[in-house]
Design a protein around this ligand. Sequence first.
Ligand SMILES: Nc1ncnc2c1ncn2[C@@H]1O[C@H](COP(=O)(O)OP(=O)(O)O)[C@@H](O)[C@H]1O
Ligand SMILES: [Mg+2]
Length: 232
Amino acid sequence: MSIGDNTTGPLLAGRGLVKAYGRTEALRGVSVELYAGEILAVTGASGSGKSTLAHCLSGIVRPDQGSVTYAGRRLEELPESRLSELRRTDFGVLFQFGQLVPELTALDNVALPLMLAGTDRRAARAAAGEWLERFGVRGQGELRPGEMSGGQAQRAALARALVTGPSVVFADEPTGALDSLAGEQVMSALVHTAREAGTAVLLITHDAQVAAYADREVRLRDGAVTSLEVTA
Ligand SMILES: Nc1ncnc2c1ncn2[C@@H]1O[C@H](COP(=O)(O)OP(=O)(O)O)[C@@H](O)[C@H]1O
Ligand SMILES: [Mg+2]
């Protein structure tokens, strides 16, 4: 993938990001770069602005100031329709609580992003089954999220985040609701797949053991970057 060539600069970059919610300054001028294929941990205490940063970088929230550049395109210049499409095709998201559609089976949840992108149901379900298999939850494919364990549901959510082959995965506290074994299973599945596919991962966590999976760490405090360091 030519997009992975570091000489072309970062795949995703936020520069001077400012975002306030009323009087709360969630981000106070944050700049961050994510390179293709890299796993970047964003750490910091609760309320330090980690999720807001991810929302700005993924185009869910428009910052008050600053810019976000993805693969050479400035997100703030894209109309909402183009931004939604970009999020569907190029970005994958994984949240603390999987946020699978509760009424759909695991298989249909994973097939959904492909169907939204135009793949027919049969092919989408076949691909979804392969992803579930890969993460050891194919046997749970016909269960609804509420019928699965937390770890199983999160592995299905991971499959849903990766099924379209995104260039960037935003993982916001992906192990925050799991016990340590289930957390390790999700993290190793995420990291292994990202390495294999050259997917960049923005990994939000306040758990040092989870951050240790990353290549680099950016630490936030009160909406500002306090340190940048190499963790691996
Ligand atoms: N939608 C929102 N409305 C109001 N305040 C918000 C909203 N989102 C975040 N905040 C506030 O912004 C600050 C940063 O929040 P957040 O980015 O969620 O931090 P973190 O993910 O590090 O816990 C917090 O003070 C939080 O209460
Ligand atoms: Mg958060």
